[in-house]
Every structure is written in structure tokens, then in C-alpha cells.
Design a protein around this ligand. Structure first.
Ligand code: 9PG
Length: 443
């Protein structure tokens, strides 16, 4: 139930509204008060990008646990923020009525008037200093990631060729991360696809060069075609009404359910998978499609989606150990604070500047840059921001603009190009930008 909590007087022509998206890929931005985002309509985006699978109504700004208003003219920035995000995240909405923004929430929030410097980003940074006080953050070495050149077609040979090329071309990479494509099916993480005849051997080859080996995994999903789902259908989060597994997205063309990590046997299974990867030498984990761990539904233990999600994140950290680096992706923002080393803060980067169909969460430089700039205040406060990979090969539209955004606002530095695809400009820029991530705020 939404209740009105405030009415903020604004100058409609100049006022701005910040709305925090639910998870990494969800639309986050600083919008003119007269231009609320278009509502999400695609069923896939509703399941993936929206809190509780529900879109904000037309003409409404919606923040997941955080919304800020800069009235422009006179007056301080007002920040409406969650008190905590460990059991539920309040939905906060704002609607323009003449010269007022009327603000509603479905749970108690704090209201802070901030007259300090820096407008909305400055006020959000100060709010974050309170919300996430006392976190110790760690530097992340520069990463090479297989996704943005090879996508799901990546082979062991592609990774090896790049491992050789990074030495030959003197590209300073500290972590070599194998992305989606190595596994036979989401859930069956230790059964490799035919593209990876010897995954443990590849990991050893990477660590033998003195680099960290990294792997992508979607630990909170289970594909319906997997052996895991066939043998343990009771490990899926279920709709309390129908008893059917809750749909949690499509990965590798497989429709997926959410894995119930409150089930002790499912938790043991995941811990064993991660422990095996640790045993191969993997010490960097990009955990993806994490929103699936927070869907509401029937679980073994009676927990809210967010409680179950945080339980899952803790068990993942226990399984990989304190020295491994943990990067969240597709992950609910406020519930992850303090539980990951780095966090993807926007939709996927892509070679095309504009998203397909104009959709605000589809891969594209336009969408990625919007979120990375809007969420820059999280860098060095919640975690190291991951703006997504640098893509600097000649086929990438407006590539120097993306390099500038990553340099100015990002934290984690990751190379997404096949290194032999880079021309002289791309190689020089890549060498310059691949440095250890800062752990300090950028704004
Ligand atoms: C691997 C990729 C990469 C990438 C991640 C994630 O259907 N979707 O809406 C959708 C969104 C993002 C996405 C894939 C699908 O990309 O962000 O870095 O790891 O998964 O599959």
C-alpha cells in the first residue's frame, strides 16, 4: 500500500528527480521533473529489471529504496531513503502535480534535507556515507573478460589466444575472466560445454602466468533443461498460489527458475561447485542474474526474497573464502551493500550506441553510460563500481566517448575486446586505462 509521505515544492522547468533502479541493469538516472521514464512493458524486462516484477505506472518516478528531488530555485535537495535493506526495500514513487512533486512509499523511509554542495550527486554521496558507514573496500586489478568479443560462442582457444596476446602486446591484465559459454547448462556449472574441453587445465594455465583466474556464474538460477533441475525439482522457488517454479529469466536460451538457497541441500550443492572452482585456482567470481535470488515465493525457510538473497550472498562468500574477489551483476543494489567487492551499475555495454527498440535496459552505450554517470556516487562508498567493459575496437560506435565515461566515473577497469581486434588507438587507450580500480569516491 502506497502512502503519501511528502509534497515537495519545485520549479517544474528546472527541478530534477533521481530514481534508484532495482538492480544493476535497471534504469537509474537523474531526470527532469517533467519527464518521468516510460513504463516497462516487455515481460522479460518486468521479470528481470523490476522490483516485485511490477512496473511503475506511467508518469511516475520510482526508486527502489532511494529517490531524491532537487527543487531548483530555492531549497535543499530532499533524499528519501530506506532505513535498511536487509529484509525489504521500500518502493518510493513521485508524481508531478502542478508545482509539487508528491512522494509516496510502501514502508517507512528517512527524509533528509541536504543543503551541502554538489546537488543531487553530492547529497546521495552523503546519504551513502551514512547508509554504508565503515565498509573496508578492496582494489580490483584490471580484468580481461571474454563476453564482449565472443559472447556465448567463446572457446577455450579464444581465451588462450588472448592470454598469449596480453603478454605479446603488453596489455596489463591482472584477472582473466571466463564468462558465460563454458557451462553445459545454467545450474550444471561443473559440466563444461564442448567449447571447453579442459576448463580446470585452462584455469591452471591462467594462474601459471601469475594472474588471477576469474569465472562467471549465475549461482541463484537453475535452467529447466539442466540435470540439476531434473534431479532436484524441489530446489526451485515456487509461486505460493500455483506451486509452479517462479520464472526468473532466460539464460543461454534456457528458461530458468530461481534456486532456493535456503534449502540446505541446494546450499551445499552451490558451496561444493564454488569450492571445486576455488580448487582449480579461480579467485575472482562474477556472480550474475543475482536478482533471481530475491524473487518472492515459497522457499524451504520462511524468508522474504531479500532475506533469502542476502543469505545466498553470505553462503557464496563463505564458500569462496575471504581472499577471492566477488563482483555482483544483475544484482539488487541496496541489499548487496557490504556483501560484494564490486558491483555492475548499469546495463551491458554494446558495440551499438543506441539500444534495440529504444528500450532503456537493453545493451547499448546510451543505457550503460546513463546508469554509470547516475550511480557514480556509489563508487568507493558501497563498493567498487563496475561500469562494464571497455570496448575499444574500431567496430564500436563512439568508442572514445565510452572510454571517457569509464575513465571519469567508473571504478573497475575491464577489457572486453579480443586483443588482436584492437587498432593502434584502441591498444594505446586500453594500455593506459587498464589500472587497479580506485577504492575512493569519484565525486
Ligand atoms: C552473460 C552476460 C554477461 C553480461 C551480463 C549478463 O536477458 N537479459 O535481459 C540479459 C541482460 C543482461 C545480460 C544477459 C541477458 O548480460 O551483464 O556481462 O555476463 O550476462 O550471459
Amino acid at each position: 500500500m502506497m502512502t503519501q509521505i511528502a509534497a515537495v515544492r519545485i520549479d517544474p522547468a528546472r527541478a530534477r528527480v533521481y530514481a534508484e533502479g532495482w538492480q544493476s541493469w535497471s534504469q537509474s538516472g537523474l531526470f527532469p521533473a517533467t519527464a518521468a521514464p516510460l513504463p516497462v512493458t516487455s515481460p522479460e524486462s518486468l521479470a528481470i529489471d523490476c522490483q516485485y516484477g511490477q512496473a511503475a505506472p506511467a508518469g511516475v518516478f520510482e526508486g527502489s529504496g532511494l529517490l531524491a528531488v532537487d527543487p531548483a530555485g530555492s531549497g535543499a535537495v530532499t533524499v528519501f531513503g530506506a532505513l535498511e535493506a536487509s529484509s525489504r526495500v521500500p518502493v518510493i514513487q513521485a508524481r508531478l502535480h502542478g508545482e509539487e512533486l508528491v512522494v509516496y512509499a510502501n514502508a517507512p523511509v528517512t527524509t533528509t534535507k541536504d543543503s551541502g554542495p554538489g546537488g543531487i550527486p553530492g547529497a546521495l554521496g552523503r546519504w551513502a556515507d551514512g547508509f554504508a558507514a565503515g565498509l573496508a573496500l578492496r582494489e580490483i586489478p584490471p580484468v580481461w573478460c571474454s563476453w564482449y568479443q565472443y559472447y556465448s560462442g567463446v572457446t577455450q582457444g579464444d581465451v588462450l589466444a588472448n592470454l598469449i596476446a596480453m603478454d605479446a602486446l603488453r596489455v596489463p591484465v591482472g584477472v582473466v575472466q571466463v564468462d558465460d559459454g563454458y557451462e553445459s547448462c545454467p545450474g550444471d556449472w561443473l559440466t563444461a560445454s564442448s567449447q571447453f574441453p579442459d576448463l580446470p587445465g585452462l584455469i591452471a594455465t591462467i594462474t601459471n602466468t601469475g594472474r588471477r583466474a576469474g569465472i562467471w556464474i549465475a549461482p541463484m538460477l537453475v535452467g529447466r533443461s539442466s540435470k540439476l533441475f531434473a534431479s532436484h525439482p524441489d530446489w526451485a522457488v515456487r509461486d505460493p498460489g500455483t506451486g509452479e517454479p517462479v520464472y526468473a529469466g532466460t539464460v543461454c536460451r534456457d528458461s530458468c527458475a530461481a534456486l532456493d538457497l535456503t534449502h540446505p541441500d541446494a546450499a551445499r550443492y552451490l558451496a561444493a561447485v564454488l569450492g571445486t572452482m576455488r580448487g582449480w585456482g579461480v579467485s575472482y567470481f562474477k556472480i550474475d542474474f543475482c536478482y533471481a535470488g530475491a524473487v518472492e515465493g515459497s522457499r524451504y525457510a520462511a524468508m522474504t526474497g531479500i532475506e533469502a538473497y542476502r543469505h545466498g550472498l553470505r553462503l557464496i562468500r563463505d564458500a569462496i573464502g575471504p581472499d577471492a574477489l566477488l563482483v555482483g551483476c544483475g544484482a539488487p543494489i541496496l541489499p548487496s551493500v557490504g556483501l560484494v567487492d564490486a558491483m555492475r551499475v548499469g546495463p551491458d555495454m554494446a558495440a551499438d550506441y543506441e539500444p534495440r527498440g529504444g528500450q532503456p535496459t537493453m545493451p547499448s552505450q546510451r543505457n550503460a553510460a546513463r546508469n554509470v554517470i547516475a550511480r557514480a556516487w556509489q563508487q568507493g562508498r558501497f563498493w567498487v563500481n563496475d561500469p562494464d567493459c571497455l570496448m575499444l575496437r574500431p567496430q564500436v560506435q563512439r568508442r572514445s566517448e565510452w572510454a571517457s565515461v569509464v575513465e571519469r566515473f567508473g571504478g573497475l577497469r575491464c577489457c572486453g575486446d579480443g586483443l588482436r581486434q584492437l587498432d593502434d588507438w584502441g591498444l594505446a587507450a586500453m594500455r593506459r586505462l587498464l589500472v587497479d580500480s580506485p577504492v575512493k569516491p569519484v565525486t
